[in-house]
Design a protein around this ligand. Sequence first.
Ligand SMILES: *Cc1c(COP(=O)(O)O)cnc(C)c1O
Length: 441
Amino acid sequence: MTTISESEIQITERILAQTGKMLAELFPQQARDQVLDTVRKNEEWRGRQCINLLAPEALMSPTARRLLASELSQRAGEGEIGNRWFAGTRYIDELEALCVELAKRLFQCNFADHRLVSGMVGNTVVYLALTQPGDVVMSLPKPAGGHSSNRNDGPAGLRGCHIADVPFDPYEMTVDVDALRTVARSVRPQLIALGSTLTLFPYPLREIKAIADEVGAYLYLDGAHQLGLMAGGQFQDALGEGADVLTGSTGKTLSGPQGGLILWNEPKLTGRLRWAIFPGMAATHQINRVAALAVSLAEMLAFGREYMAQIVTNAQALARALHERGFDVLGAHKGYTRTHQVAMDVAKYGGGYEVAERLAQANIITNKNLLPTDTPEQWNRPSGLRLGTTEVTRLGMKETEMEQVADFIHQVVVVGEESERVRKEVTAFRESFQTVGYCWE
Ligand SMILES: *Cc1c(COP(=O)(O)O)cnc(C)c1O
């Protein structure tokens, strides 16, 4: 049985015990104020003072954000558009139809579903619809960026699938197609899952589709991170290149509310996928989120090309600037990256955990990350650091600012400058980047 370790449970329980003790002395209204104050402090710090380089995060437009607090946030609309359990859903049907049609237009596909409260739920839907317990699924191992969604400890494993690794070339930072062919012929997968949390370059999808066809497998891309890049024409067109299903997170590069989208072309899959969504995985699926998503999709139709192109340009500029300052940046021989992500090996500076903590002291937010040359057991103390340029790009930063950001990182990690001093400079620098761009506001 898979379980959380006792030491992890203890960390959380300690924090809860402290909070519970503090709460015991407060009247309910004071407790309410405590909640408001905590949210305000985060907004001030993370929202106004930090350089946020977390690859899975993005800023929504002010319009999309406002919609999350709209009247719709109190409505329920389970079921299918035009076929609901509750009466009174006239405008909800209208809104959801707008959202689906905007998604189809943006991704140029035949079918889309918007009822996924997260990307992970979308991935669960794929396993429910396309696999049976006992089937073999091939997916990328975690050090290569493989996500729990497609591994033993997540939805794929919970479905009862057996997992075989998609072979990965850690130098080229892409799938080893010949090795994949050999493994697929031997394990005969029901499903080949691509997509990862660390993606620098496109996948050889057409070649992999040929292998999937040969062994009779579905090909599925978990494009959680790249969904926005695809919408903006900056990453491969997964469905066009042969994937049967594409899932993604709507709050990553797509820059909408947090949630998921699932997209496909083949009418024969529609019934199974929709059944897996409802009644399979979602009932009240957050209609305020759907409204914010619909607006974000319209923004991507208008601004996506320019916005996503600048994200990739910024990632390449940041990677180059860090490399020039002596960092060990992955993919250097291939131009570093074709996505919003930059990956560095920071083992010689104490590893990803240590470096991310030091940078956060200086108001630079990043995350520790396994690298393909790490072992899965190193998950908590990996060698890598992952950076993403989605948020800084939407705030208006360009290549020149990436040089400045690289300087800040260099000062903290290599020079060993006091975090307090760098924090002041970072906060002052961030002062002039406060407006969300690539939208109509
Ligand atoms: C982030 C991520 C997910 C999970 O998406 P959520 O929207 O956070 O649930 C799934 N797969 C991959 C590859 C991811 O990077």
